[in-house]
Structure formats: C-alpha cells, structure tokens
Design a protein around this ligand. Structure first.
Ligand code: NDP
Length: 679
C-alpha cells in the first residue's frame, strides 16, 4: 500500500489511524498515496495558528514578512524538479506543471518584491491622506490598516495543487495572518510535498503554516470573527460554506471563487486573414488544452460574429487535430489527463447537458485516439468543440471542467456583450480586436460582469500572458456566478486581509499612532541641522526653519533666461497683467522650489546621500518680485531599508511668504545613511 499523506497540525506531522482513501495517478490509475484526516484536532490547529503563528508573524514588519516569502520561494525553487515529477501524476504535462509549480513560486517572488516596494517597513499601513476634521487643525482623521488576530483558512480545488496554495498564502503571510491550507484531496499529495519542504526549511515561524490532508470536517465550526476562509471550487460547496452559521452570524469572512463560464469574443472588425483571427483561435486552443481545460479561467464560451463562425470552427478543427493526447510522461504528448476518472465522468455529464442545445462540431464524442496511455485506467478526454443553436441556454449555465468549448454567434456588438453577460459573472473575458471603438465599447459592456478583461491584438500579442493566466499584480475573481471574491491584484490582496479603521485624534497623538509626522503636530527644533543627523539619530518631527530670502525681478529674469522657460507670466509684464490669476509677473514655481532648496540645505558632506524626488508638489500662492520666502522642513517619515546601509526619509516642506501664507507644499524624498560617515 502507498503512503498515507500526513497533515501538519499544531507543530507536528499527524498521521490518521485509518487506512485512508486511495488517490490514483490520473494517467495510469496506479495508487499514488492515500488520504485521511480522521482524528485530526482541528480546534488545536486553529488555536495553534492564533496563539503561536499569528503573534510571531505580527511581530515582524511587512518588509520582514516579505523577506520570508522570498526565502521560501528560493527554497522551493531548489526542489522544482521533485515537484515536477510528482505533478506528472496529476495528469499534468511539462507545460501544465510550469503553470502550477513555477507560477506558484513566481507568485511568492512577486509578492515578496511588492511587499518591500509598496508596503512600509512597519506593521501598519496608512490608507489615503490625512483628513482635517476641525477648523483649527487640532482634530484630524486618518484611515489605517492593521493585522487581524485571526487565521486565514484556504480551501482549494484539485486543479492547482501548488499555485492554488501559494497565491493565497503569499498575501495572507504578508498581512501577518497564519494560514491553514486544505487542498483538494485528489491532488493533495503534491501540496503535501510542497508544504513539507517549506516546514523542513524552518523559514516560517512555527504556526504560520498548517496543512489538512483529507476532509476539512468541522473546521468552520472552530472559526470566529477575526478569521477568514478563501474558497476555490464548485458552486455547490461554496453554497454549503455560505450557509454555515459561523459565516452567516459568526462574522467569519468568506471569499469564494467558484464556477465561471468565461468567454472570448472575436471582434466584429476582424477578418480571417487579420493577425487577430489567428491570435483568437490560438487563445481558445491554449485554454482548451492547458491543464486539459481544468482551469477556472478557461474559455468555455467562444463568441464570434455569425458571418465568420464557420471559418472559426474550421480553424479550431485544424489546430486541435495537432493536439496529441495521452500520458504526460511521453514528451510528444501536448495534452495530459484530467485529474481523475470521477472528473472525466463529471465532464461527460456536462457535455451531455450542453448537447441539449449544441452540436459537436470538432472532436469525437466516443473519445478520440490517444498518442499514449490507457483510456480505461487514465482519465483521458480528447478536446471537443460544440456549436450552440441560437438562444441556447445551457452554454451559459453548464461548466464542463475539461477540454470543452462552445461556439456561440452574434450579430452586432450589443449582442456579443449580452451573450457574455448571460454567464452571470465570470472571472475573465478576452476580446480579439484591433479597433479602438470596439475596444472601448466592449470593455465598458464586459467590465461589470468580469474581474479581468484581456484585449488581444497584434501589438500586445507577443508579450501577452494570455486569457487564462491570473497574474499576481492583477485582480483574480469575478462577480456573480464566479463567486464574488477577489484575490491577487498586488497589494490589494494583502489589504483584503487587514482591518481598515478610521482613527480620529489630535495631530500629536496621530503622529504617535502612525509613526508619520502629521501637520499640526509638534516640531522638534534643535541647534543641530537635521541634515547632520544619521538615520539612527533622526526623529520624526525634527525640523529646520530656514532663513528668508527676498525674490527679485532679476532672479526671475535670470531663471527664465538660464532655463529657457520664458513663459509670458514670468517675462512679459503686459501679458502677465492680463492673466486673471496672477495680474503681473510671477516667479516660476520651480524657481521657488529651487530657492527653497538653497534655503534649507546644509551643504557639507554628511549622512544625506541623495534627493530622489518630490511628491505632491503644489504651488498655492504666486510669488512676485519683492516677496520674501522661507522654508520649514520637517522629518515626516523614516523608512530604514533592511537590505541597505541607508534608508528613505520623507520631509514635509512648507514654503511661506512674508505674510505667513503658504506658497508651496511638497514632500522631499531623500536617502540617508544609517550611520554617520567616518570623518
Ligand atoms: P469541490 O467544491 O468539490 O471541492 C473544492 C474544495 O472544497 C476541496 O478542497 C474539497 O475537499 C473541499 N470541500 C468539499 N466539501 C466541503 C465542505 N463541505 N466543507 C469544506 N470543504 C469542502 O470542487 P472540486 O475541486 O472537486 O471541483 C469540482 C468542480 O468544481 C469542478 O469539476 C469544476 O466544475 C468546479 N471548479 C470550479 C473552479 C472555478 O474556479 N471555476 C475551480 C475548481 C473547480 P475534498 O477535495 O477533500 O472534497
């Protein structure tokens, strides 16, 4: 008998006492492993996550968590071949494995990098800017995100045993949430191997990652108000989870990604010999055959102008004739097996349902020829294209989770959009068009019904990642039938896990909470210029009030001549006088900013290494010849970089005139050494 898969629970590997259910190789029918979670203490797992994993993760900053993700990604990369070999047993070809295994590891890298670039080296995130709530500026509001002291449970489908886990794990860990993974049983042996390699590495704090191999049992009974469940799978199971009392009344947050009848539309502008025609057909073929069509994003509905439908079907037939099906161990096989014989039965049932209103136009209902493999023991199914009769209902309701697509025809773009919408909400739609008007009209029509829309044309085809690839930086999820959940989308996925709270306070207390100097808070003025302080010595609130300088007409003329910016408002007194905003010659905004730098800078070599930009620059009051300006520069935010011996310092710059009116406001961005350079 083969190995019984173990769960990783409360700090140890757990093996059920029973024999478990067999999991079979998708192509050969041989037993790969057995699975059971009987006797697993789910309550202890949830407690372990909250009492051990959560506190350890939340003690780390976003940057530190991001570096854990990077280390895990690197570690898994070293075992890539081992994962690839086991992935074959799920029916996956080399290309399928790249999507699942490499795609999963790539997602970890992507979140690791985004975590460092887009999140603070802190444990809270500010959302939006400061809101002034009172006239005097003593009462302000700020939204912040903080980590929840809960557990993130993920319940995954069988089709992506690696990517499915890692795409949910990366944002949860970044958000400081320990995770319990429950993979689809059918392919759980691959998830178990990946989790085993992660746990062995010791990279993640104990309790950050646990695994359930087998039934999730009563796991939802153990969850409470700070916990969340991210589910991918059938609408049926999603319905069971949605009706769980802890979801309905207990405050457990449930995200669902379920059945999705995605479509691809051929634009009305496309002719048979246009590049977009070929791109469209290739896209459909890829989605039918990668993972043998077992992708939540695969194209189930092929929506084409009725005038060109025959040509589309012929082109699909010609390309599918070259798709060899069989055991994925054979390198000449282009499409492997479905995950199980049970899944093949499900797809065959769906095909039968579709045939109520569609006829098979490409492929063999009795099963086509295999290049290699046993069609009785292996879950093989050759690709099938159906063509729907006008008004067909089934293609919009039945999801054949395999290499099956249905061609539907339209006359006019409105009908194409209406057909797409009949899927009642999908993860993704793609449109092959090179016409800008078609692009805008169709995107506006499709967007409310889809989480992602791909416009495919000759210009983006080479770099396009294709219809079916969810990308870490773009939203994955869709409304309605697709479940209404949203995953990925870059840092949005991290924010989903965090709690947003509106904080109301005085500027000083707000500064203490956010770690970022807030307008109106105390400024710390000392004899030593802040440019002489290292990153370690600088404090939020450190301030320099500059000397003042009177701007002369000669300054303005010199700047105009020197830079070539001879815009009339700076050079032509009569024309400037007619300007309704200025009523005369004014200084260039950039002159004001340049003079301000001259006023606040401390020029000698020191810890300030570079000025790498300004943010939110606004010119508020015109400066005229004879006006006198001064600058107040205050340390607003200090961000040490983990990977460098310097950090970023953001300074609040306020330029005022002789009346105290603000002339310009902006943030100056500098890099400052962590320690003072040797004298
Ligand atoms: P299921 O909904 O049956 O299973 C998904 C996950 O939920 C699995 O981990 C499963 O565990 C678990 N599960 C099942 N019942 C419960 C429960 N009562 N409480 C908690 N967890 C539960 O989907 P499958 O993965 O088996 O796929 C079935 C069909 O779903 C496919 O044929 C396809 O049509 C559709 N599907 C759609 C996807 C999409 O995003 N569009 C993605 C994947 C599937 P276990 O495996 O142990 O039963």
């Amino acid at each position: 008998m083969s190995t019984l898969l173990e769960s990783y629970a409360a700090g140890r590997w757990f093996r059920a006492a029973d024999e478990g259910d067999p999991l079979l190789d998708a192509a050969t029918g041989e037993e790969v492993a057995r699975i059971s979670s009987r006797g697993l203490d789910l309550g202890a797992m949830v407690r372990h996550a909250k009492e051990t994993g959560g506190p350890a993760l939340r003690a780390l900053t976003f940057h530190q968590r991001a570096s854990l993700l990077k280390a895990v990604a690197k570690h898994l990369g070293a075992s890539r071949d081992e994962f690839g070999a086991l992935s074959t047993r799920t029916g996956a070809t080399v290309r399928d494995t790249a999507v699942d295994v490499d795609g999963g590891i790539g997602t970890l890298f992507s979140f690791a990098s985004k975590g460092v670039r887009e999140l603070p080296n802190d444990t809270i995130v500010l959302d939006g800017g400061l809101e002034r709530l009172g006239k005097e500026g003593t009462f302000v509001g700020q939204h912040i995100y903080t980590s929840r002291p809960g557990v993130a449970v993920q319940i995954n489908a069988f089709n992506f045993p690696v990517w499915g886990m890692l795409e949910k794990l990366a944002p949860a860990l970044l958000a400081g949430l320990p995770t319990i993974v429950k993979p689809g049983s059918q392919t759980a042996y691959l998830t178990e191997l990946v989790v085993r390699r992660i746990i062995e590495s010791g990279i993640l704090p104990e309790g950050a990652l646990q695994l359930i191999c087998g039934s999730a049992g009563s796991l939802l009974d153990e969850l409470t108000v700070q916990d969340s469940v991210a589910f991918t799978g059938s609408a049926h199971t999603a319905g069971i989870l949605r009706r769980h009392p802890n979801v309905i009344d207990g405050g457990v947050r449930l995200g669902v990604e379920a059945d999705s009848l995605n479509c691809s539309i051929l634009g009305p502008d496309v002719r048979v010999d246009d590049p977009e025609f070929d791109l469209f057909v290739k896209g459909v073929i890829a989605e039918m055959t990668v993972k043998a069509g077992q992708k939540c994003t695969a194209i189930r509905r092929v929506i084409v102008p009725s005038s060109i439908a025959g040509a589309v079907v012929d082109a699909l037939a010609a390309k599918l004739a070259r798709i060899t099906v069989g055991d994925p161990r054979n390198p000449d096989v282009r499409m492997g097996a479905l995950a199980s014989l049970g899944q093949r039965d499900e797809v065959r049932k769906a095909i039968e349902a579709l045939r109520a209103s569609s006829e098979v136009v490409v492929g063999d209902l009795d099963g086509g020829a295999l290049l290699d493999g046993d069609s009785e023991r292996g879950a093989f199914l050759t690709p099938l294209v159906l063509r729907a009769t006008p008004g067909a209902v089934e293609p919009h309701n039945v999801e054949p989770f395999g290499p099956v697509s249905t061609v539907l025809t339209y006359d006019g773009l409105d009908e194409a959009v209406a057909l797409a919408a009949r899927g009642k909400g999908s993860l993704v739609a793609s449109v092959a068009t090179h016409d800008p008007d078609v692009a805008r009209t169709v995107v506006l029509g499709l967007a409310p019904w889809h989480g992602r829309v791909l416009l495919l044309d000759r210009d983006d085809a080479k770099e396009s990642t294709g219809h079916g690839s969810p990308l870490p930086m773009l939203v994955h999820g869709g409304p309605g039938r697709a479940g209404g959940g949203e995953e990925l989308g870059g840092i949005r996925a991290v924010l989903h896990h965090l709690q947003r709270t509106a904080i109301q306070a005085s500027p000083d207390l707000m500064t203490a909470v956010t770690g970022q100097w807030t307008t109106g808070a105390a400024r710390l003025e000392e004899a030593v210029h802040p440019f002489r302080k290292s990153l370690a010595e600088l404090r939020v609130g450190d301030t320099i009030r500059s000397a003042t300088r009177t701007v002369s007409l000669a300054d303005i003329e010199h700047f105009a001549e020197f830079t070539g910016d001879t815009f009339y408002a700076h050079t032509d007194p009569e024309a400037a006088a007619r300007n309704p905003l200025f009523g005369g010659i004014v200084a260039h905004g950039y002159l004001v900013v340049s003079l301000a730098a001259g006023l606040f800078v401390d020029p000698a070599p020191g810890p300030v290494l570079a000025n790498y930009g300004v943010d939110e620059l606004r010119f508020l009051t015109p400066v005229k010849a004879g006006d006198t300006i001064g600058v107040t520069l205050t340390v607003k935010q200090i961000k040490p970089r983990n990977s460098a011996d310097y950090g970023e310092v953001r300074w609040d710059a306020l330029v005022t005139n002789q009346d105290g009116s603000p002339v310009a406001t902006y943030d100056v961005l500098t890099l400052v050494a962590k320690t003072l350079p040797a004298a």
